[in-house]
Design a protein around this ligand. Structure first.
Ligand SMILES: [Fe+2]
Length: 184
């Protein structure tokens, strides 16, 4: 009998202070409001898998992030960067029969949490399968502040949370972020 391949589980990260509990997430994956949002468009997709490589079908994937100015649409974010009314910073979608999800968003920049303390650019995820809720964050290769971010570096394997987007001819970028969870 062949060995079952075991994929490394995606490390958890904290929920963070800007989970948008006061907002209703948009259904589906276009956070850019049809391209109206300011910023570099990022086509982000991936699969939600169990650690034996099986797809997790109909997993609920919540995504939230700062806009291209580095500002969350959250009352606790009192920093100076401007809100972007065209940007939906909170979305919910469900994986398909192959465990796939896909969003179109903009690249967030690093942001200042409190004066003098910066976080690297990241996107938050909360993924619910039938057996687990995984809260995590996705970062960008070479991101400023990646090396000294206490949350990213608290992960058992930080590299599993870092993507390296490809640049497209139209100025947008494309990245893949697979999420590996427990078997049911
Ligand atoms: Fe954040």
């Amino acid at each position: 009998m062949a060995d079952i391949e075991t994929l490394p589980r995606t490390p958890p990260q904290i929920l963070g202070p800007f989970y948008p509990f006061m907002h209703t997430p948009i259904e589906g994956g276009d956070l850019t409001n049809g391209g109206k949002a300011k910023g570099t468009v990022l086509h982000l997709s991936g699969r939600v898998l169990t650690d034996d490589g099986s797809p997790i079908v109909n997993a609920k994937v919540e995504v939230w992030q700062a806009n291209a100015n580095g500002r969350y649409a959250h009352p606790n974010d009192t920093t100076e960067p401007a809100l972007d009314p065209a940007f939906h910073g909170f979305a919910v979608l469900h994986t398909d029969s192959e465990g796939r999800y896909a969003i179109t968003t903009v690249r967030p920049p690093p942001y200042q949490v409190v004066p003098g303390r910066w976080r690297p650019a990241h996107i938050h995820f909360c993924v619910d399968s039938s057996s687990e809720r995984l809260v995590t964050q996705m970062y960008f290769k070479g991101g400023q502040y990646n090396d000294n971010d206490s949350w990213l570096n608290s992960a058992s394997r930080p590299e599993l949370l870092i993507v390296d987007p490809a640049k497209n001819a139209d100025g947008s970028q494309t990245a893949t972020f697979d999420i590996v969870m427990m078997r049911a």
